[in-house]
Design a protein around this ligand. Structure first.
Ligand code: ATP
Ligand code: MG
Length: 636
């Protein structure tokens, strides 16, 4: 048996011993009494009886050995700021923030909403909440008032931490008016608002409610705020899913299990070591940002880069598609984490920028968030010359459900596959209709996890246990399993391929096809930069596939004849790879595809437009104009 297979086997068959060992990677005030308590399945409780603190594990425990080492490296190509905080400095700043939160009435179990751009104070606020046992709920800074208001109502925060403004591509985006409007819209009125003034935009203040962080911080420069030891099962935060398939779900996470899961993932999956630098380009508003900008690297004693800005802008504000690699070189980052959508942005730039810097410090570039198509994966692998490691997970799982655990045993990646189930996740493939397990290779089914779920996994849906059970655990007839709502296939080597959301599976004349399979084949055409495939109701075939393509070079697409020619070429690619059945009924060309703010394709919205239906909740959409382009084409 291979080293990883044995590691995995122990995590499932010898669960308690395995996780008791991993639990030693963090500090406990009181050791756990029970490792895994599944008596109230599907609500799995990890490390019950133990007490710990996330902030202690991320900050305080490193002071003895690495107080002067870099902990938080803030780089903003929006404001030209570049500043490093050592663990000692981070410790001081977090206490100032924690003292401020306390002064504003925040106590253990209270919610604090964080609506912030990528500035250090956002990280201080998260860690400060953890320090005093408050529950944070970060709302992505790109959301407008409506999305924020519904989250305020759900979380009922005692305090909202925010800032005057964010900035994107040099354009200042005032946050305060959006926040004021959100509070006006919300039935819950937070008693206090704490504002970080970056000097980017003027702010109106509501007397008695709004407080200035600089003033309060100055009053607490030396206030000592010890860590509050909380139960392992104490809720550390809530966070919404990206809303790709509908109304976002409020994911609730514990403390002890999460800390252990992240601490274990660093050596086993990310190959990160204390004293090294982790560079994750996500946003603190997403789960990847929670786990691998803030908590994971710091728990592991690594420095973390907090990057505000586009991947194509330099510190001087000029165009610089090499900025990320210059930071890798400068800070000798050993682990990098980004998303396929960001790589596709870079792919449109001159590859010479990639060769300008020495990125040899990198052990790997991890990519997650959506399927990594093979051409994009190959392009970045060739351009960078470091291993590209796909990893598949969800807000719900907290850390990768599938990837390659090269820290346990070096294994090859396969392009198009995020890899194999990670230790702790008892992953199965089920036939959606019958609930039967699919054990053979190359059978397509829904990806599920058999409980008990591992540490770090969501506790429940915030304040809605019934929704947690009903949504996630009761979707497959006769089976009590957690559904990912992703559709996948496993090859003979045990590698999985994610073929799309279960909602996105197309049924053409009785044959089930994942939209992802068709997209993957279309993206093999050299002039395809991005593609979305959706199933559209068809009187004859039940459903047909429709493809929307962003051409890499659209300059030749001047008239219908040119478009038809490329459409025909693309159809031939699909015919050759998947067969005529999978061939889209039409291939249409657009300038941009509708995506969530986290960079995921909004196929359900495209499909609704194609079928002339209401598009539903679009609050998480990045660019409303993208959907209009599709509407124009389809109506025509
Ligand atoms: P919602 O659940 O609200 O519809 P969402 O599922 O997009 O939103 P996230 O939790 O941010 O919210 O995203 C998880 C999903 O992203 C996965 O279920 C999967 O569909 C997709 N995904 C993430 N990483 C990968 C990957 N490496 N390969 C394929 N798909 C991925
Ligand atoms: Mg989801």
């Amino acid at each position: 048996m291979s080293a990883y297979a044995e590691f995995y086997r122990r995590s499932i068959e010898d669960r308690d011993a395995f996780w008791a060992e991993q639990a030693r990677l963090i500090d406990w005030q009181q050791a756990p009494q029970t490792i895994c308590d599944d008596s109230r399945a599907p609500f799995t409780r990890w490390f019950a009886g133990g007490t710990t603190n996330l902030c202690h594990n991320a900050v305080d425990r490193h002071l003895a050995t690495r107080a002067e080492q870099a902990a938080l490296i803030h780089v903003s190509t929006e404001t030209g700021v570049e500043k490093t905080y050592s663990f000692a400095e981070l410790h001081a700043e977090v206490q100032r923030m924690a003292a401020t939160l306390r002064a504003l009435g925040v106590g253990q179990g209270d919610r604090v909403q964080i609506y912030m751009p990528m500035v250090p104070e956002a990280v201080f606020a998260m860690l400060a909440c953890a320090r005093i046992g408050a529950i944070h709920s970060v709302v992505f800074g790109g959301f407008a008032s409506g999305s924020l208001a519904s989250r305020i109502e759900d979380a009922e925060p005692k305090l909202i931490v925010s800032a005057d403004a964010g900035s994107r591509g040099g354009k200042v985006i005032p946050y305060k008016p959006l926040l004021d409007e959100a509070i006006r819209l919300s039935r819950h009125k937070p008693p206090a608002v704490l504002l970080v003034d970056r000097g980017l935009a003027p702010m109106e203040r509501t007397a008695g409610r709004d407080h200035d962080y600089a003033t309060l911080r100055a009053q607490h420069l030396h206030t000592v705020v010890p860590c509050t030891w909380v139960d392992a099962t104490h809720t550390s935060y809530t966070l919404y899913t990206s809303g790709t398939t509908g109304k976002p779900k409020g994911v609730q996470r514990d403390t002890g299990g999460y800390a252990v899961a992240l601490a274990a993932s660093l050596p086993h999956i990310f190959m990160g070591k204390p004293g090294e630098t982790f560079f994750c380009t996500s946003d603190i508003g997403w789960v990847v940002g929670h786990s691998y900008i803030v908590y994971g690297p710091l728990i592991g004693g690594m420095a973390t880069i907090l990057y505000e800005g586009l991947p194509t802008r330099g510190l001087d504000g000029g165009n610089d598609p090499g900025i990320w690699w210059s930071l890798v070189e400068k800070y000798k980052a050993t682990v990098m984490f980004s998303a396929p959508t960001a790589v596709r942005v870079l792919k449109k730039q001159d590859p010479a920028y990639l060769k300008k810097y020495d990125v040899s410090s990198l052990k790997a570039l991890f990519l997650a968030g959506e399927p990594l198509d093979e051409p994009t994966g190959r392009w970045i692998a060739d351009a960078l010359g470091v291993p590209i490691i796909d990893n598949y997970w969800q807000t719900e799982t907290g850390w990768p459900l599938m990837t390659i655990a090269n820290g346990v045993e070096s294994r090859p990646s396969k392009f198009g596959s995020p890899g194999v189930p990670m230790y702790g996740f008892d992953v199965r493939l089920l036939d959606e209709a019958t609930g039967d397990e699919l054990t053979g290779p190359d059978q397509k089914g829904v990806v599920v996890v058999q409980g008990p779920t591992p540490p770090g996994f969501m506790q429940t849906v915030w304040r809605d246990d019934a929704r947690f059970v009903k949504t996630y655990w009761d979707s497959i007839p006769g089976k009590r399993v957690y559904s990912t709502f992703d559709w996948g296939v496993r090859d003979a080597d045990g590698y999985y391929y994610i073929l799309g959301r279960t909602d996105d599976v197309i049924n053409v004349a009785g044959h089930r096809l994942g939209t992802r399979e068709i997209e993957e084949s279309i993206s093999g055409h050299p002039n395809v930069a991005e593609v979305a495939v959706v199933g559209v109701a068809d009187a004859l075939k039940g459903q047909v596939a429709m493809a929307f393509v962003v051409a890499r070079d659209a300059s030749g697409l001047v008239d219908d004849a040119a478009r038809l020619k490329l459409e025909g070429e693309i159809m031939k690619v699909v015919d050759a790879q998947l067969g005529a059945l999978a061939r889209p009924a039409r291939v249409q060309f657009v300038g941009v595809l509708p995506k969530t703010r986290s960079g995921k394709l909004l196929r359900r919205a495209i499909q609704a437009v194609c079928e002339g239906r209401d598009t539903g909740d679009l609050t998480t959409m990045e660019d409303p104009g993208a959907l209009q382009q599709i509407r124009d084409l389809v109506v025509r």
